[in-house]
Ligand binder design. Structure first.
Ligand code: ZN
Length: 442
């Protein structure tokens, strides 16, 4: 099984179990809790890769029983192969992918055509090999199988309107009660496979309420995605430190000092994060050489630490990364925090409060227009410790420079972009900046 930072959850089940309702509910719940969620839905109706599936379901090749289960399985497998590229990408990005049906649907529906349990087992093995080895599609971390008694299911199916597939109200599988019963038995069998969870949706011959099923689904998902206990119980940490200041004030140098101490301390485990989009060339002060900051925390005095990149608009990826770690972490450093989405404040609070970590946030406190920069001012309010570094004013030599300045040329070059080489910035004191502003009529 490939190792992704993201999580892959499949909702499947016998017909009439309310898969789609539960699928939508799960997506909404995850989004509401701040997770980055992507959706897969099979078959991918009205796309080329589902063409043969649609023909098969319409009965063009005969009734369900007339089509060899391996042949129809291949139709579905091709459709999943088509989607596997984007699914793999999402999982690599640390997202939670929720899929409406997956390989389990082939197992359930096609396996149901094979009455002999041993032959069925052989078919499952063949199918696993086809989908996961030959087509190489990602394997789910959790497949939830919703189970409804087949007789209740058929009554429900008759009432149901298919919204996503304009054709007959019932497809060739649903038409056949016998097939439904076999599929039910097969689904109960596959629910015993690793990473499968069976959820009963009926109680005393009655379908359970939507809310009751939702609770059961969420319980399973929560176990998968909830943060593991990553701090030791004796960990006394759990606070936020902000290191801020203007360009050239030595923020990263201060961060490097704290990181170095962490690295030489016993029982400390540190992770450094940097937004992907913040990479740029910076010049080291002593050697006067230039270095690209991509995937690194670089201080101008030449300290370089490798860092984990995350999308700036999605700071919750930091939490997801932490959850994927199997070792106890004590300290998290977030560099270039000013570029991040405002939700970084919530993420830092969670790191300090729920995970009890030492959180060190590094960033510019002001834009070159003297406005608060991104989430940094709010983080200063939230933090226990705030260190504001000052630079030397390039104009008058005062040691109180707290303003970054970008000249007119550089500003025009900037046009909508957020980054320029740091050689175009200078640090100024308040008074010299006012002078420059007047000269430039800003
Ligand atoms: Zn000055």
């Amino acid at each position: 099984m490939e190792n992704f930072t993201g999580k892959f959850i499949v909702i499947d089940g016998t017909d009439g179990s309310g898969k789609t309702t539960q699928f939508n509910f799960l997506i909404e719940t995850l989004k509401a809790r701040g997770y980055a969620v992507e959706i897969a839905d099979f078959p991918q109706y009205n796309t080329k890769s589902a063409g043969l599936v649609e023909e098969y379901l319409s009965g063009k090749y005969g009734s369900a029983d007339e089509v060899n289960p391996k042949i129809s399985s291949i139709f579905y497998a091709c459709d999943r192969y088509d989607a596997s590229f984007k699914i793999r990408q999402w999982l690599q990005e640390g997202k939670i992918v929720v899929s409406n049906r997956y390989v389990s649907a082939n197992m359930g529906h096609q396996g149901a055509k094979i009455p002999d349990p041993e032959k069925r087992k052989e078919f499952f093995d063949w199918l696993y090999d086809l989908e996961y080895n030959l087509f190489g599609i990602p394997q789910p971390n959790l497949s939830i199988i919703l189970h409804v008694d087949s007789k209740i299911a058929q009554q429900l199916a008759q009432q149901r309107q298919r919204e996503d597939w304009v054709g007959k109200t019932k497809d060739i599988h649903e038409e056949n009660l016998e097939h439904l019963i076999h599929a039910e038995q097969t689904y109960l069998e596959i629910a015993k496979y690793p990473n499968f969870k069976l959820i009963e949706c009926t109680h005393n011959g009655q379908i359970m309420s939507r809310e009751e099923i939702q609770r059961a689904v969420w319980q399973e998902v929560e176990q998968l995605i909830q943060p593991k206990q990553i701090s030791t119980t004796e960990n006394k940490d759990g606070w936020i430190e902000v290191i801020c200041g203007c360009m050239f004030s030595g923020k990263s140098t201060e961060a490097a000092k704290r990181i170095t101490k962490e690295l030489i301390s016993k029982n400390r485990e540190i992770l450094i994060f940097v937004p992907q989009e913040s990479s740029r060339e910076i010049t080291l002060s002593e050697s006067n050489t230039s270095i690209n900051t991509s995937g690194k925390l670089v201080s101008r005095n030449g300290k370089i630490f490798s860092a984990i990149e995350f999308p700036k608009d999605q700071p919750s990826a930091i939490l997801q990364y932490l959850e994927s770690q199997n070792r106890p972490i004590t300290t998290v450093v977030i560099e270039e925090a000013h570029f991040c989405h405002f939700s970084l404040v919530q993420v830092c609070k969670k790191l300090a409060e729920d995970y009890k970590l030492r959180v060190i946030v590094v960033g510019l406190d002001q834009t070159f227009d003297d406005e608060g920069f991104g989430p940094v001012p709010a983080l200063m309010v939230e933090a226990e410790f705030v260190t504001k570094e000052l630079a030397v004013c390039v104009e008058c030599g005062s040691q109180t420079a707290n303003k970054s300045w970008l000249d007119k040329n550089a500003r025009e070059q900037l046009e909508g972009k957020i980054l320029v080489g740091d050689s175009q910035y200078v640090a100024l004191c308040r008074h010299c900046k006012n002078k420059f502003k007047k000269q430039n009529q800003l």
